[in-house]
Ligand binder design. Structure first.
Ligand code: ARG
Length: 475
């Protein structure tokens, strides 16, 4: 159904209809569109644009339509340009001409933004909930690895010994920041554009605050021209999705690397691996690789939105219809990826004996030698030089630092006394780092406890926001 036509002597040609049509993707907005229309009808009744009797007939028909959309009895057809046209067609098929009363006092320009905001609130909360489940899976694996010793890397070269629980738990921090970004998004963007009409505000809806409140928003936006063309909230959401994608890609990369035969630190469960069509022996970490690979489209979706917005005139321009597909794609990508990744993390088997075997390779205790000298009062630059000389000697002899004799240490610097030996173990290096962010077993234990409590706060926040949203949708 077309929502315009009076001033035209010809309908759009087929190619124009095909280009301008969005219903095949924006149909996802149908439940939100109906809910916004119900709030809008309430506004029209209170401003006496339609009678209470007509208002309740329209509301009743919209509620029926919502049911039919949910159970698939009503859907879009070839004649519909977009979701708004399809819903109005559904309404008119129930109410005849009265169905068209809904269009008073609003435009698709404010309607589409309101629908889209509701879609995003709903789906950001769903993504947040999946993130929190991933944090839980990571924290559980991290607490199982509180005594697993592993080489820590910088530049992908052995750097210093760490606890493997520390290594795993680091991922939870980024993911909880993503949840925090979602909470920020909700706070900043919980303002309704409804009442803006096409761009100038509406004479028929003088109090849009009431509809905003009904839809669970904090209030209305401050400027109708901004309100109909602002897509900051879309770009921000796409940034959050891209950032999540980047975090997941780094988890994916680690699992891919750790599952190689060269590393052998983890076995990914069969149910979370795939095979090769030609090499019968292959077991590939495809879930981890997809977690890495999907970040490309998530970043691309953000980029496409930003480019669409650059230099765009105010207020509504049809370019803005390009805001939805990147969001749907990012949301759907994450909602498919996250459950698989959660399962992969939950079922992974780590091999502490393999990790610890190489922990001292690459002279990873050199910092302990320098720290020992610095603690004894030597300026660190000088201590660093002396420890470097120890490394040089080890390289020449083909041994590791702890294999140097007392004499060899003393020959490099007299301050390298036998007491140093106590410090020259992976365990010693790890346990000497006791601050709250460091790698000692007590520190990591406390870090994971803190992560768990932050995650359970996040979880209860997500579930209370989600039930508030469900309740608003059902009202
Ligand atoms: N399908 C359109 C979109 O998503 C709805 C708004 C159309 N408004 C208009 N004036 N043509 O942006």
């Amino acid at each position: 159904m077309a929502l315009w036509g009076g001033r035209f002597s010809q309908g759009p040609t087929e190619s124009v209809a095909a280009l301008s049509r969005s219903v095949h993707f924006d149909w996802r907005l149908a439940p939100y569109d109906i809910r916004v229309n119900i709030a809008h009808v309430h506004g029209l009744v209170s401003s006496a644009v339609i009678s209470a009797k007509d208002g309740s007939a329209i509301e009743q028909a919209l509620r029926e339509l919502a049911q039919e959309v949910a159970n698939g009895k009503f859907t879009y057809n070839e004649s519909d340009e977009d979701v708004h046209s399809a819903i109005e067609r559904g309404l008119s098929s129930k109410l005849g001409a009265l169905g068209g009363a809904i269009r008073a006092g609003r435009s698709r320009n404010d309607l589409v933004v309101t629908d889209f905001k509701l879609y995003l609130i709903d789906h950001l909360l769903e993504v947040a909930s999946a993130l929190s489940a991933l944090v839980e899976a990571i924290n559980t694996q991290a607490s199982r690895n509180l005594s697993s010793v592993a080489p820590g890397f910088t530049h992908l070269q052995h750097a210093q010994p760490i606890l493997f629980g520390h290594e795993l738990a680091k991922h939870s921090h980024g993911l909880l920041r993503d949840v925090d970004r979602i909470s920020d998004w909700l706070e900043r963007n919980s303002f309704s554009p409804l009442g803006s009409g096409a761009l100038a505000g509406s004479a028929l809806q003088p109090h849009p605050e009431a509809s905003a409140e009904e839809l669970g928003f904090i209030g209305i936006l401050g400027n109708s021209i901004d309100a109909t063309s602002d897509r900051d909230f879309v770009a921000e959401a796409l940034f959050i999705f891209a950032m999540i994608g980047i975090h997941l890609s780094r988890i994916g990369e680690e699992f891919t690397l750790w599952s190689t035969s060269e590393f052998g630190w983890v076995t990914i469960a069969d149910a979370y691996s795939t095979g090769s069509s030609i090499m019968p022996q292959k077991k590939n970490p495809d879930i981890a690789e997809l977690a890495r690979g999907k970040s490309g489209r998530l970043v691309g979706n953000l980029t496409s939105m930003l480019v669409t917005l650059k230099g765009l005139p105010f207020a509504y321009n049809r370019d803005l219809q390009e805001d939805k597909e990147p969001v749907f794609d990012s949301v759907e990508t994450l909602l498919v990826l996250l459950p698989a990744l959660i399962g992969m993390v939950e079922t992974a088997t780590f091999h502490p004996e393999v990790m610890s075997a190489g922990v001292l390779d690459g002279h990873s205790l050199a910092t302990e030698v320098a720290d020992f000298l610095a603690k004894g009062g030597m300026p660190f630059a000088q201590a660093h030089e002396a420890a470097g000389e120890c490394v040089k000697l080890c390289e020449k002899l083909g041994i590791e630092l702890h294999e140097l004799s007392d004499e060899q240490f003393a020959s490099i610097n007299v301050a390298l006394v036998p007491a140093l030996r106590e410090k020259l173990s992976a365990q010693g290096a790890i346990e000497s780092r006791q601050s709250s962010l460091a790698t000692s077993s007590q520190s990591v234990l406390e870090q994971i406890e803190l992560l768990n409590s932050e995650n359970s706060l996040a979880k209860s926040w997500i579930s209370s926001e989600a039930s508030r949203f469900v309740e608003m949708m059902g009202k």
